[in-house]
Design a protein around this ligand. Sequence first.
Ligand code: HEM
Length: 472
Amino acid sequence: MTAKIAPKAKEIPLLGSLISLLKNPLNYLMEISRARSALASRDRVGIVHFTVPNSNLYLVLQPDIVREVLVDKVAEFPKAKQEVAILGRNLGEGLIAVNGAKHKQQRKLSQPAFHAKRIETYAQTIIDYAAEMIQDWKAEDVRDLSQEMYQLTLYIVSKTLLGADKSEMMSSAKSVAVAIKMIQEVTDSDYDNPLLNLFSWIREHPSQRGKQARAVLDETILKLVAKRRSITDSSGQMQDKGDLLSMLLLAKDEDNSHLSDDEVLGMLLNLFIAGHETTSNALTWTWYLLSLHREVEDKFQAEIDTVLGERLPTVADLKQLNYTQMIVKESLRLFPPVWALSAREAIKDTNIGGYFIPKGGQIWIVPYVLHHRPELFDSPEKFDPERFDPARVEEIPRYAYIPFGAGNRICIGNSFAMMEATLILATVARKFRFELMPEQVVVPNPQITMSSKYGMRMCLKARNNSDRTSVK
Ligand code: HEM
């Protein structure tokens, strides 16, 4: 059977979709998706073709095509060259920014730090740091929860993966946060820069701001590396502290040589950046959704009261915190922090979903768009954690819900993030609930991750005993 030609989005001559994508990529892609949903079902398709100068782009609208690209034909669709170049020059050559054999090797080296048993050992740090965060919080205080969650997850990832205590990180936390924000902005403007698409030499030279931000992060991480290298046992061997940093520093290549500081730096930087902004955004959106839905919040608090009462959670409680985990999953559906996966690029003429894709065509898989499609989720705009009730979850088509991606590049921190978000929600909700400040404007900001553009100022409300409910 010959492949069909994918239908085209409405575009302007020469520039194609460039202006609309620069204005607001999220809105534009949702418009394309909605326009397809409005057609008679026989005219609906799983893929829509759009363009920017010099590139053919394809938006995927059906889960079976997601599977085709990320799982079945993964070798034909590596991360797009341009993505790898931009991510590599800004974030270093770590897991997110490499393809092929390098990716396979780095994934193998990092994986042990994310095994279920290992992740469990991170739980106590998460609980301790969350409990410390709320120690000096008072009822009726107003706090920007996006900043609180950002700082908390930064300390957690620094401690669990790099072995850096909160006290060690405190002095550099501010400059690190500024540097990460700057890298995010630089990367984002790189994506928006049509010249990068045309001239590879521009892609290969980091901007001045990018260099400044990297200098701060590189220094912070290299200090931790040097400190770790200096802790040796009686035979002069570096000690294994059992965290990712030890694993990478002790790891050996196929030719039996250790990874260089530069290689270790790239890998750590990627994990460091991927590992806290995502979770912090997930938590911020979850608090926001809870503040808007009193009935869900009541049920959530009832679960916390029944499982924990006043005590702090432990890793063993996770099994009982079912509704809390359903809330996190539903929040990741409505506001997926990684709102768009990195574009994938066809390495040869091929087809997906029966549609022709030319060599070099870029495939856009956008969790936000898929998660909001009425063909895949009933009342997709409704915040309804019950969708993830084990009795109902089978109703969600496979590969329609992909907040952590899928296939060989599925988020390596997936289970870590779910545990972290659940334990932080539980620790905080024993003491507080939150009310959104009336003047707070909430607008998603679709950069590499999707944050709340103007923060998330909320008023703290104490939970006291009279407020407590319980579920059987
Ligand atoms: C709620 C929190 C998180 C979300 C929503 C999330 C989402 C994602 C997604 C969608 C991808 C795949 C991107 C693609 O295929 O283009 C990914 C990859 C990745 N994530 Fe996460 N992530 C989260 C937390 C974490 C954490 C806690 C870590 C580490 C501590 C982490 C480390 C990574 C890394 C290293 C990759 C690249 C994997 C590869 O390419 O092999 N993430 N994440």
